[in-house]
Design a protein around this ligand. Structure first.
Ligand code: ADP
Ligand code: MG
Length: 247
């Protein structure tokens, strides 16, 4: 974080809770394609605290995925700063699964590994924890994947693949969960199932930043940030719920 005072407009996108995990200040990202410039993220400041569910809403093409990619260190910001537990972070891409876990819109499952092996992946990458295997089984069960555990991603539905990516993200109980439209491929029943798992994660202290089009998720959120043409504003969850179809 820089020492410059935050403006009122920036302050609304942050909360006053105690344990701040992830914080971003004045992030910008412009894609250049030939003569065309797309300012996908424009001067965005936000924070996510332990145990908090922050919903990121906005129309398709508004910058949700780009913002999450910049926060994850997968894309380089043109300007701005990211802080991790209060300390400036040059490259969030160096954080491990136990710190920051992501459910990308494109899921990113390893095609040659079974569902169970995909979920176990963060454990296998050396960040093993006590009770890791039990947690794998519990997440497979909660997300309806136990009977599919030996199948390859290509042998299950897109919704099941998405739930596999969520289980993988949560297996190490990360400090931050970032999920990009994690109910996007779910039916009504599994939307509830996914929300339950995210709510449990937050109850365990995980900071959750969730890009979504789903009103149901907004209802669960402690705060709602709306992004439009790359610009972020905080909105009251009840206003988003009232606006309904404008998600
Ligand atoms: P959302 O996730 O809200 O649908 P995105 O972050 O994917 O929005 O996209 C924001 C804007 O940036 C869109 O105008 C999109 O076309 C553009 N964009 C995204 N990725 C790229 C890229 N790799 N190159 C050029 N433009 C991109
Ligand atoms: Mg997107």
């Amino acid at each position: 974080m820089s020492d410059t005072p935050v403006s009122a407009a920036d302050a609304v996108a942050t909360s006053s809770r105690a344990t701040r995990i992830l914080e971003a200040s004045k992030l910008s990202k412009t894609y250049r394609r030939g003569p065309e410039n797309v300012r996908a993220v424009a001067d965005v400041s936000l924070s996510v605290d332990a145990g908090e569910i922050v919903a990121l809403v906005g129309p398709s093409g508004s910058g949700k995925t780009t913002l999450l990619s910049v926060l994850a260190g997968w894309e380089h910001a043109d300007a701005g700063e990211i802080s991790w537990t209060g300390h400036p972070m040059a490259d969030p891409g160096t954080l491990g699964w136990a710190d920051m876990a992501i459910v990308p819109q494109t899921l990113g499952l390893v095609e040659e590994l079974s569902v169970r092996e995909n979920v176990e992946l963060p454990l296998r990458l050396g960040e093993s924890i006590d009770g890791g295997e039990a947690r794998v089984e519990a997440l497979l069960d909660e997300l309806g994947l136990t009977r599919l555990a030996e199948r390859l991603p290509a042998e299950i539905s897109l919704g099941e693949q998405q739930r596999t990516a969520l289980a993988r993200a949560l297996v190490l109980s990360p400090s931050v969960l970032m999920a990009d439209e994690p109910t996007g491929h779910q039916d009504v029943e599994w939307t509830r199932g996914v929300l339950r798992v995210i709510e449990d994660a937050a109850a365990d202290g995980i900071a959750c930043l969730i890009a979504t089009h789903h009103l149901a998720l907004v209802r669960y959120a402690h705060r709602v940030l709306r992004i439009e043409d790359g610009r972020l504003t905080a909105v009251a969850p009840e206003d988003v719920v009232a606006a309904g179809d404008e998600l």
